[in-house]
Design a protein around this ligand. Structure first.
Ligand code: AMP
Length: 114
C-alpha cells in the first residue's frame, strides 16, 4: 500500500534504522522509543491489524515473535526481560495500520500498562 508508512519503510522510501530483514519480516528501531530498546517487528505483507489476520497468517505472525526473541538476544535484553506488544484499535492507541510487534526493553516496565 503506497500510503502506508511501514510499507514505505520496507520499500526503502522512508529512512529507518533496520535491524533485521528477510523476505517476510522487517524490524527497525521505533522513531519514538519507549525504552533503551524499542524495535518494531513487522511483516513485509501489508496486514492492517491482528483483526484482519486469518489463520493462514499463523506462521507469519509466529515468526514476528521468534524474530523479536532473536533481536532481544542481540540487543542484550534477553536476560533482563522485555515486553512484546501489539496495539489493536482505538483503545489500544494503534496509530499505524500495518501489524507491528513492539519489542521494548532495557528498563523496568510497569504493569498494568497505561
Ligand atoms: P502503534 O501505536 O502500536 O500503532 O505504534 C506505532 C509506532 O510506530 C509508534 O511507536 C511510533 O513511534 C512508530 N513510528 C511511527 N512512524 C515511524 C517511523 N517513520 N519510523 C519508526 N517508527 C515509527
Amino acid at each position: 500500500m503506497a500510503e502506508c508508512i511501514f510499507c514505505r519503510i520496507v520499500a526503502g522510501e522512508i529512512p529507518s534504522e533496520i535491524v533485521y530483514r528477510d523476505d517476510e519480516v522487517v524490524a527497525f528501531r521505533d522513531i519514538n522509543p519507549q525504552g533503551p530498546v524499542h524495535v518494531l517487528v513487522i511483516p513485509v505483507e501489508h496486514i492492517p491489524g491482528i483483526r484482519e489476520a486469518d489463520p493462514s497468517k499463523n506462521a507469519l505472525l509466529g515468526k514476528l515473535m521468534t524474530v523479536a526473541a532473536k533481536l532481544a538476544e542481540e540487543e542484550g535484553i534477553a536476560d533482563s526481560g522485555y515486553r512484546l506488544v501489539i496495539n489493536q484499535g482505538p483503545d489500544a492507541g494503534q496509530a499505524v495500520f500495518h501489524i507491528h510487534l513492539h519489542l521494548i526493553g532495557g528498563r523496568k516496565l510497569s504493569w498494568p500498562p497505561g
